[in-house]
Design a protein around this ligand. Structure first.
Ligand code: OGA
Ligand code: ZN
Ligand code: ZN
Length: 364
C-alpha cells in the first residue's frame, strides 16, 4: 500500500507527528505550533512496513511514523465528532421512554464503575439519569455530583433549596407550576448539568416533567425550517436579579454548531427579557417562539413522573428541559439542587471506558 498523499496532506501529517521531538513524552501535548512548520512542507519520501508508514518530510528532513491503525482512525472524511451535538444523541419523545426511564440505584452507581459508566452513558445519550436510593440527608446531592464531576457553585450557593419561600425571588421557590425550562439561561457559561434531589414530596401535586429539547428543535426544523432558523439566529437576553445579584446573558433559544447541528437549548419564559429586534421582525419571532413552545409543552414531548424521597434526577441542562406541576402551598415539598458540568461527567465516562477502547496508535 502506498500512502495516498492526497488523502493525508503533508502539512497535516507533519503537524501530527508524535515523535518525542514533536510531542512531550508522557503527554499528548505538542511541542510545536503552526508557525514552527514550513509553509511549503512536503513529503520527500515514504517507507512502509507491516504496521506503519514512515514519512520523511522536506524541507526539514523530519522523520515521522504513522501506524495504519492511526491513519484509519483519522481518515479525512469530514466527519466531525462532537459528543455535545444532536448527532451523538438518542432523541426521544415521552412515549419512547415509557417504562424505560434510565434509572439506576445510587449505591451501584457510586460503587460499581460499570454501573457508573452505564449511567453516564444515559446522561450523554438520553440527556438524563434517575438515581434511586440517595440518602435523604442534607447536601447528599453534592456527593452525587462529586461522584462523577465537579459542583458548580453559584449565587444560590453550592446547594439550592427548592421549597416554598414567603417572598420568592425565583418562582421555583414557590408552589406555582413551572413550565418546561432550562435553568440559569442568564449565565454564560450556563451550568451544563443540573441535579435535583428529593428530600420530601408529600404535596398534593408537585410532579416532575422532562422534555428533550433537541428532539423538539428537530421537530420544529422539520415542520417549519424558517422558524428554526429564526430562533437559531436571534439573540435573546435572559436576566436574573435580586438584592445581591445581577446576571444576564444573550444567546439564541436554539444554539447550533458551525455546521448547523443542534447543540444547546436555552428556554425559560420566566427570565427572558424584551426581544431587541427591529419592530418589523417581532411578529415573526413571536410566531416561531410560540411554535417551539407548543412542541416543548405538548403532552407527547413531556415525560412525567414523580420524585420520591431519595430520588435524584441528573440532567443535561443544555438539552433536557424540566418542569413541575403546581402544588398546594402547605404541602410539604423539599428538593435540594446543585449544578455541575458535562465536561467533568464526560471525562469520567471516558476514563471508565479506557481499556475497552484502542488508544491513539501513533507510534514514536
Ligand atoms: C428548579 C426547578 C422544579 C421542581 O429548582 O430549577 O425547576 O420540581 N424545580 O421544583
Ligand atoms: Zn516528530
Ligand atoms: Zn428549574
Amino acid at each position: 500500500m502506498t500512502l495516498p498523499v492526497s488523502d493525508y496532506p503533508a502539512l497535516w501529517l507533519r503537524d501530527n507527528c508524535s515523535c518525542a521531538d514533536c510531542v512531550a513524552p508522557g503527554t499528548e501535548q505538542k511541542l510545536h505550533g503552526i508557525t514552527d512548520l514550513a509553509p511549503d512542507t512536503r513529503i520527500a519520501r515514504v517507507e512502509e512496513d507491516a504496521d506503519a508508514v514512515v514519512v520523511v518530510f522536506a524541507p526539514d528532513d523530519h522523520r515521522s511514523r504513522f501506524t495504519h491503525a492511526w491513519l484509519a482512525a483519522h481518515r479525512l472524511d469530514g466527519a466531525l465528532a462532537d459528543d455535545r451535538s444532536e448527532d451523538a444523541k438518542q432523541l426521544w419523545q415521552a412515549a419512547d421512554l415509557a417504562g424505560a426511564i434510565p434509572t439506576g440505584s445510587w449505591s451501584a452507581f457510586h460503587q460499581d464503575p460499570v454501573e457508573r459508566a452505564a449511567g453516564l452513558e444515559a446522561l450523554q445519550r438520553q440527556g438524563f439519569l434517575l438515581l434511586r436510593g440517595v440518602p435523604v440527608t442534607d447536601r447528599a446531592v453534592l456527593t452525587v455530583a462529586e461522584s462523577f464531576g465537579f459542583v458548580r457553585r453559584t449565587n444560590y450557593g453550592e446547594v439550592f433549596e427548592v421549597r416554598v419561600e414567603d417572598q420568592p425571588t425565583n418562582l421555583a421557590f414557590s408552589s406555582l407550576p413551572i413550565t418546561p425550562h432550562t435553568d440559569n439561561p442568564y449565565r454564560d457559561p450556563v451550568p451544563t448539568i443540573q441535579l435535583l434531589h428529593c428530600l420530601v414530596n408529600a404535596a398534593d401535586g408537585g410532579d416532575s416533567g422532562l422534555v428533550d429539547g433537541f428532539a423538539a428543535a428537530a421537530l420544529l426544523r422539520a415542520a417549519d425550517p424558517a422558524a428554526f432558523d429564526l430562533l437559531a439566529r436571534t439573540p435573546v437576553t435572559f436576566r436574573y436579579a435580586d438584592a445581591a445579584t445581577e446576571l444576564s446573558a444573550t444567546r439564541p433559544l436554539i444554539g447550533v454548531d458551525p455546521v448547523g447541528r443542534i447543540r444547546e437549548i436555552r428556554f425559560n419564559n420566566r427570565s427572558m427579557r424584551p426581544i431587541a429586534l427591529p419592530a418589523d421582525q417581532i411578529d415573526a419571532f413571536y410566531a416561531a417562539y410560540r411554535r417551539f413552545a407548543e412542541i416543548l409543552y405538548s403532552a407527547e414531548a413531556q415525560l412525567t413522573f414523580r420524585l420520591e424521597p431519595g430520588d435524584c434526577v441528573v440532567f443535561d441542562n443544555t438539552r433536557v428541559l424540566h418542569a413541575r406541576t403546581g402544588f398546594r402551598a402547605g404541602g410539604p415539598r423539599h428538593l435540594q439542587g446543585c449544578y455541575a458540568d458535562l465536561d467533568g461527567a464526560y471525562s469520567e465516562l471516558a476514563v471508565l471506558r479506557r481499556g475497552s477502547i484502542e488508544t491513539n496508535g501513533a507510534a514514536r
